[in-house]
Design a protein around this ligand. Structure first.
Ligand SMILES: O=P(O)(O)OC[C@H]1O[C@](O)(CO)[C@@H](O)[C@@H]1O
Length: 542
């Protein structure tokens, strides 16, 4: 470390710019943020910080800066409900929620080793497995800020029917988290659902970790959510300080300076933070907040500091250790989970200012939802496409190639050396088909490109915004697969399987309209297709 190494240290919460060149580059941005009193204004919820165009949205999105205080009364309410449910033998918590309505509780419970079944998928097999759990002991938490998200609504319908069929009073087993006045709030009242927690409407989904959206499902599952608020409270004063030593200013200034120098990707590796899955939560915060108007920071969550893309990254990326600095890390961010939530929220909002965008909207998410809806309205769900090739258990779409190897060679050839990124989007079962995620490292290693991996449709509520709105240099590999069984969605004209495929095709269509290359590979047999794809990647891309 040299004199340029910068550290903002709050107890155990630190941001260290390990790379001296980056530390030097970040100095002026940090000084400007401090001099402009941006941190204290943000804490005071000043909606003018991102310019006049962003002000209307920002004025209803800033309550997250004080949640460590305002969320306190929730703790007792959650504990009371949990005790009540346990006294009835209800101990298994299933959470239906997309993006900001499930990512934080998943990290919180994962970090504490507490069981929570998260449904943020339309994969019929994954939902069927959750249904096959012990319904007698199950409570379903339905979390949706808007109250209109199709995946979450489908899960609610499927579980309500399953409870009824099992002779269980469905209303007594459904707990709702939503915004006041949403269609879901109204429905919960009409149906007499067990309990509705109304969240603070002045907090957007991806900033909602410390609202009812993060705390209710995690707390019902048994996580110590009061401690999370304590951890956030412990760092709150430091984050409000107009000083270059403010850890959020440090982080935002470094990411902003790196972006200015062409490092538009942020590679996140856990280096022993003690937090499980932080990258998945941070991905949504960073991508949806910054990836718009053709700019932004692309989060790339990798498997660890040894993974391809981290220590060996190029000039287009900044390597960030979540935990102590490791080989190749340019920035290290440490701290307990509650503190890291608040720190990254501040840093992302400040980085948004440096990038000149509104960090509180997600203008490009709707396009894919619309395309999926219109496909579902067509006969056969608009899904009767002819494959360009069938090679064993893999069919190829959107490509001129005779077989899998040829398709991959062409796709990788186009992307390699482009300075862009590869995005693998797997519309599969993230538990049973978990090994698909190995493709990320294989492709990153072989192409030298920053490579992301996302489960569809989960990523549509996360990195999906960046794919369409951010730097227009992504290459998209979609993977879809036949399911062994499908699930009907009660009172809806589609099954989960048709919805899942419509979501893939709809997003693919929007990406193609953006002029981005999309290769879709469909597995007629998932296990065989996956094995074939991994072997073909190893053969075709060297
Ligand atoms: O909580 P809701 O309204 O169901 O939305 C879920 C997620 O969907 C998004 O709106 C994107 O589609 C996210 O910003 C949000 O976290």
């Amino acid at each position: 470390m040299t004199e340029h190494v910068q550290q903002g240290d709050v107890g155990s919460t630190t941001v260290t710019i390990v790379d001296p060149a980056l530390a030097a580059r970040a100095e002026s941005a940090a000084a400007a943020l401090a001099a402009g009193q941006v941190a204290s204004k943000l804490t005071a919820q000043d909606a003018t910080l991102w310019g006049p165009a962003a002000e209307p949205e920002a004025s209803i999105r800033l309550s997250w800066t004080t949640l460590h205080r305002s969320s306190r009364p929730l703790i007792g309410e959650i504990e009371t409900l949990r005790a009540e449910l346990r006294s009835e033998g209800v101990e298994r918590v299933v959470l239906a929620g997309m993006g900001g309505s499930s990512l934080a509780p998943e990290v919180i419970t994962g970090t504490e080793g507490v069981a929570l079944t998260v449904l943020d998928t339309t994969d019929p097999g994954q939902v069927a497995d959750a249904l096959a759990g012990d319904l007698d002991r199950t409570v379903l938490v339905v979390s949706s800020k808007s109250g209109g998200t199709v995946e979450t609504d489908s899960h609610r319908r499927i579980f309500a029917e399953a409870f009824r069929e099992a002779g269980i009073d469905a209303a007594s087993r459904i707990v709702v988290v939503t915004d006041p006045g949403s269609p879901l709030a109204e429905l919960a009242e009409k149906e007499g659902y067990r309990r509705t927690f109304l969240a603070d409407p002045n907090v957007g989904g991806r900033y909602s970790a410390l609202t009812a959206f993060g705390l209710v499902p995690a707390g019902l599952a048994g996580a110590d959510v009061a401690r999370l608020l304590d951890q956030a409270a412990g760092v709150a004063d430091a984050l409000a300080a107009d000083s270059p030593d403010n850890p959020a200013i440090r982080l935002a200034a470094a990411l902003g300076a790196a972006h200015e120098d062409g490092a538009e990707k942020v590679v996140l590796a856990d280096t022993g933070s003690g937090i499980t899955g932080f990258g998945d939560w941070a991905e949504q915060l960073i991508a949806e907040s910054t990836g718009k108007e053709g700019t932004g920071l692309l989060p790339v969550a990798v498997e660890g500091p040894q993974a391809p893309g981290f220590a060996d990254h190029g000039a287009d990326a900044t390597a960030v250790a979540v935990g102590p600095a490791a080989d190749g890390a340019q920035i290290s961010v440490t701290g307990p989970l509650g503190a890291q939530f608040l720190l990254w929220e501040y840093a992302t909002a400040l980085a948004g200012r440096l990038l000149g965008i509104n960090p509180f909207d997600q203008p490009d998410v709707e396009a894919a939802k619309k395309a999926a809806r219109s496909l579902l309205d067509r006969p056969e769900g608009g899904q009767a496409q002819e494959p360009a090739f069938t090679d064993g258990a893999v069919q190829g779409f959107g490509v001129t190639a005779a077989n899998l190897t040829e398709a991959l060679t062409g796709f990788a050839g186009q992307a390699t050396g482009s300075g862009g990124y590869l995005a693998v989007q797997a519309y599969l079962d993230r538990l049973d088909d978990a090994s698909a995620s190995l493709l990320r490292g294989e492709l990153a290693k072989r192409t030298g490109l920053q490579t992301t991996f996302g489960w569809g449709p989960r990523f549509l509520h996360s990195t999906g915004q960046y794919h369409k709105g951010g730097h227009q240099n992504g290459f998209f590999l979609q993977i879809t697969g036949d399911a062994e069984e499908d699930l009907a969605v009660p009172d809806r004209p589609y099954t989960l399987g048709t919805l899942q495929l419509a979501q893939a095709l709809g997003d693919g269509q929007v990406l193609a309209e953006h002029g981005r290359p999309v290769l879709r590979l469909h597995f007629t047999d998932r296990a065989a297709g996956l094995a074939q794809l991994v072997a073909a990647v190893q053969e075709a891309i060297r």
